[in-house]
Design a binder for this molecule. Structure first.
Ligand code: C2E
Ligand code: MG
Ligand code: MG
Ligand code: MG
Length: 291
């Protein structure tokens, strides 16, 4: 069964709408103004290697630094930017600022992989991959440091040009990750059609597995699939040492979640990484490795 989303929809997230009841939903003018003023910026959340705890990568997560509202989370503006046809402009700004963050860390001797979220509505534009490639080529970052995340439902939908765009990005050498894996419906046939490099287990599966033993099977079978297809595997929503231990035992490759670090501004990222190294070293031995 294929999950067909209309371009511009954003899964169940759009249904929730603005999470700031004290403020009215931002208008198209306000959003356009925010783009012009450059008020959107990426926060970065680390991903750690489950075998040795080292930070391997950072996911860029958009925030709106609003002069009155303060920091606005993406669920309150991404669906609106998609509806108003402005999402491509946001993505370009996030890509540009992420490239700058990468350069700054690199100058301090730290080269992380960085991942960037893409919207389904962008992928229907035939020249989209070429535009992203042009921006990134200009920034001079080697393609192996870049990963694009596309939600499972977006990746599997049959909007025109999406497969073409994804294939171009992959051929350029960027990684391609299936985000929120397990929340959509994908057949094996579709999974092998798109040249993905990573499978990212949705937080809800991780949460369920950590609470209920029977649910572990769901996670284990997705991880087995990733292994079979030779994809990297990442688990979202790792919040405790016991989550870490479970995912490590299931041989998932990378972990992302509040245990390792919350999304932080670029300037705080290296401190967050250092804080995690210390916390990891203090985890009980049986959490870090099997005795
Ligand atoms: P996502 O890509 O699946 O990102 C993971 C979300 O889970 C992030 O929420 C992150 O802050 C949150 N999270 C991470 N670890 C934990 C944890 O341990 N516990 C809990 N409870 N939550 C955790 P955030 O930053 O609010 O982003 C929400 C969604 O908005 C993202 O989901 C992504 O789909 C979308 N998004 C964010 N930035 C962009 C962007 O630049 N472009 C597009 N198209 N979408 C974006
Ligand atoms: Mg993501
Ligand atoms: Mg995700
Ligand atoms: Mg998710």
């Amino acid at each position: 069964l294929l999950c067909r989303l209309k371009p511009g929809s954003h899964g169940s997230r759009s249904a929730r709408g603005s999470s700031h009841p004290a403020f009215p939903e931002p208008s198209m003018d306000e959003l356009t103004q925010a783009l012009v003023l450059g008020q959107f910026e990426p926060f970065f959340q680390p991903k750690a290697c489950l075998t040795n705890g080292t930070i391997h990568s950072a996911e860029a997560l958009a925030r709106w630094r609003h002069p009155q509202r303060g920091l606005v989370p993406p669920d309150s503006f991404i669906p609106l930017l998609e509806q108003h046809g402005l999402i491509d402009q946001l993505t370009e700004q996030i890509v540009q600022k992420t490239a700058r963050a990468w350069q700054s860390w690199s100058a301090q001797g730290k080269q992380f992989e960085v991942s960037i979220n893409l919207s389904l509505s962008s992928l229907s534009n035939p020249g989209y991959a070429a535009r992203l490639i042009a921006i990134l080529d200009h920034s001079g970052i080697a393609p192996r440091f870049i990963v694009f995340e596309v939600t499972e439902s977006a990746a599997m939908s049959d909007v025109p040009h999406s497969l073409e765009n994804l294939a171009r990005l992959r051929m350029k050498g960027y990684g391609l990750s299936i985000d929120d894996y397990g929340t959509g419906y994908s057949s094996m046939q579709q999974l092998i059609r798109i040249p993905f490099s990573e499978l990212k287990m949705d937080r809800s599966f991780v949460t369920a597995a950590c609470k209920d033993n029977a649910q572990v099977l769901v996670l284990a079978s997705s991880l087995a699939l990733a292994k079979e297809l030779r994809l990297d595997s990442v688990a979202e929503g790792i919040e405790s040492a016991s989550d870490w231990r479970l995912l490590r035992r299931l041989e998932c490759r990378y972990a992302q979640g509040y245990l390792i670090g919350k999304p932080v501004p670029q300037a705080e990222f290296l401190d967050s990484v250092a804080g995690w190294s210390e916390a990891y070293a203090n985890l009980p031995h049986d959490v870090r490795a099997d005795a």
